[in-house]
Design a protein around this ligand. Sequence first.
Ligand SMILES: CC(C)(COP(=O)(O)OP(=O)(O)OC[C@H]1O[C@@H](n2cnc3c(N)ncnc32)[C@H](O)[C@@H]1OP(=O)(O)O)[C@@H](O)C(=O)NCCC(=O)NCCS
Length: 167
Amino acid sequence: MNMSEPTLSTRGPHAPEARPPWTGTVRAMTPRDVDAVAALEAVCNPQPWTREALWSFVPSAIGVVALDDATVVGYALATVVRDESELLVLGVSPERRRQGIAAALLKETLTQVRRAGAKAVFLEVRQGNKPAIGLYRNFGFGEAGVRKGYYADTGEDALLMHAFVRG
Ligand SMILES: CC(C)(COP(=O)(O)OP(=O)(O)OC[C@H]1O[C@@H](n2cnc3c(N)ncnc32)[C@H](O)[C@@H]1OP(=O)(O)O)[C@@H](O)C(=O)NCCC(=O)NCCS
């Protein structure tokens, strides 16, 4: 599969209702965004990354934020080590979901990790997280394995997903 030009998801069969398309912007995450990202992460992730954990990755990782005017409404953070990337966190404000924000964030993240030399991207996702799994499948991610009992809060398995990115 060729992911050099990831396709921005359009409204598909999962969309519960017609929503106005998102008209905000995506830009690089900076240290000044960490408080806002940590606040969103706390409502998006049952085992949220702390502000300190995010802070430690922002200088070296590839991070992007989605903005409505000056308000952070979504975020993604990925590492690149040699030719492999790992998507660490991704989330969208609950009030702003189903408008294509995650798709815009993932598209930009994949473009940037490819530029940084990644040829493959890995991520873990809760097996029951259908919205996220649907998003990743739209971008060509496939199942690479299962990590049994990966999530300490519920004991839920993680699906390991993988995609190639080629320039
Ligand atoms: C998963 C998440 C990031 C999606 O954000 P979003 O901005 O609503 O997603 P988008 O509007 O860009 O939708 C892109 C695709 O995701 C999938 N998707 C998103 N929400 C969905 C839902 N409620 N049900 C089913 N599929 C869904 C669909 O495949 C959709 O494509 P489509 O509109 O063509 O059907 C968001 O629900 C979220 O923040 N969840 C909590 C945090 C999380 O689970 N992060 C991922 C951890 S691995």
